[in-house]
Design a protein around this ligand. Structure first.
Ligand SMILES: *Cc1c(COP(=O)(O)O)cnc(C)c1O
Length: 377
């Protein structure tokens, strides 16, 4: 938690559950990444946290943006971002949404199928397109594979098809999966893409964009993740080896790594109960859960660090659950979360590094529980 957020909690009356994001930390994260990744251009993946305050601060820092829907495109344009700094990275788009973005001047789109080429040709004729290929997502805590991307062996044929439809085949994109913990995933994907660039050249296409996607991991505290600097150096070296001097324009689309550690959620304990099922367990029910923004707790994939404000003394293992009457609204059963034994109803629990993939995952009011309150400071 940043000093600024600590002061905010000291001074401001906040209700729970609430998310507080330190915008200075967002800007610092971007600056740090830009300094390390001089080999690429940063396009912030808006879906990680689309708050206008975040978009505005990143825009002022010179960041570009990866949008996935017309409203994300509109949010970027509203912040004064030029359309040539927006990439439409979703490979599944309605024709009307493509037309809207193209009409606003967006000229860089991702695709991974013939059906999408047809829509792009109709809605954004002449635009630049990158073909997304499937790469291994092994090692990712929140994989994105299978739903997106063509087989790499299809990519050149699809890019030729795009050219035939009057689009400009610009390059290749991939995503190694979110919260990717293994740097080898980017390196092997870069090698694969270099081969596709060569095959495209043989087919008469001159590609000049390589989009490495996001996936840059955040140290949530449940296992080591590679340092950003190590990762950046390894990617830089992989680019050198794969493209031997003639590097394309390289784009990265971090989402989580820009906003996660800038945010903290505060939640109130509703109940602590000893439950004698197979064994006796202590259950802690919070006023935030799976439907209040913590969707990434599904499968216990993302394990947020938690602590209890002002509770000292010995701690013990607990199951942590949310407030709704839905049995899927259990955050962590296997993760062996540990909270103080004195914890009781009314106490406050802090969930750390929750600036990414939380606010917009909150339901509109499932079971009558309001969406997460948000503060951008
Ligand atoms: C979600 C997404 C990202 C961001 O991924 P992170 O793991 O948050 O960095 C980037 N690009 C695309 C196309 C995405 O769908």
């Amino acid at each position: 938690m940043t000093k600024k957020i600590e002061r905010f909690f000291d001074d401001a009356e906040t209700r729970t559950p609430c998310l507080v994001v330190d915008l200075d930390r967002v800007v610092e994260n971007h600056a740090c990444m830009a300094e390390l990744m001089t080999w690429g251009e940063i396009f912030y993946a808006v879906k990680a946290n689309p708050a206008p305050e975040i978009i505005a601060r990143l825009a002022a820092s010179g960041c570009a943006f990866d949008a996935a829907s017309p409203s994300e495109v509109a949010a970027c344009l509203k912040a004064g971002i030029a359309p040539d700094r927006i990439s439409y990275g979703n490979t599944v788009k309605k024709l009307s949404d493509i037309s809207f973005a193209a009409g606003q001047g967006v000229d860089l789109f991702a695709f991974d199928s013939v059906g999408e080429i047809e829509k792009l040709a109709a809605g954004a004729p002449g635009s630049s397109v990158v073909c997304r290929v499937v790469v291994s997502n092994d090692g990712a805590r929140w994989p994105l594979t299978r739903k997106f991307g063509c087989h790499s062996d299809e990519a050149v044929a699809l890019l030729k098809c795009a050219a035939g439809a009057g689009l400009r085949p610009a390059g290749i994109s991939f995503h190694v999966g979110s919260q990717q913990t293994d740097p080898a995933r980017w390196c092997e994907a870069i090698t694969l893409c270099a081969d596709l660039f060569a095959r495209a050249a043989d087919a008469g296409l001159s590609l000049d964009v390589l989009n490495l996607g996001g996936g840059f991991p955040v140290p949530y505290g449940d296992g080591a993740v590679p340092e950003l600097e190590t990762l950046s150096n390894m990617i830089d070296q992989a680019l050198d080896e794969a493209f031997s001097g003639a590097r394309p324009r390289v784009i990265v689309e971090p989402g989580r790594a820009i906003v996660a550690n800038a945010g903290v959620i505060r939640s109130e304990v509703i109940l602590v109960a000893e439950r004698a099922y197979d064994t006796t367990e202590r259950w802690v029910y919070l006023d935030v859960g799976r439907y209040g923004g913590l969707a990434e707790s599904e499968g216990e994939a993302i394990r947020y660090r938690m602590d209890a404000v002002g509770c000292d003394g010995p701690s013990g293992p607990v199951v942590v659950a949310g407030p709704t009457c839905d049995s899927h609204d259990v955050l962590y059963e296997n993760a062996m979360c540990v909270l103080p034994l004195v914890l009781k109803a009314g106490d406050i629990v802090t969930l750390h590094d929750t600036g990414a993939y939380t606010s917009t995952y909150a339901s509109v009011g499932f079971n009558g529980f309001a969406p997460l309150e948000e503060h951008y400071i």
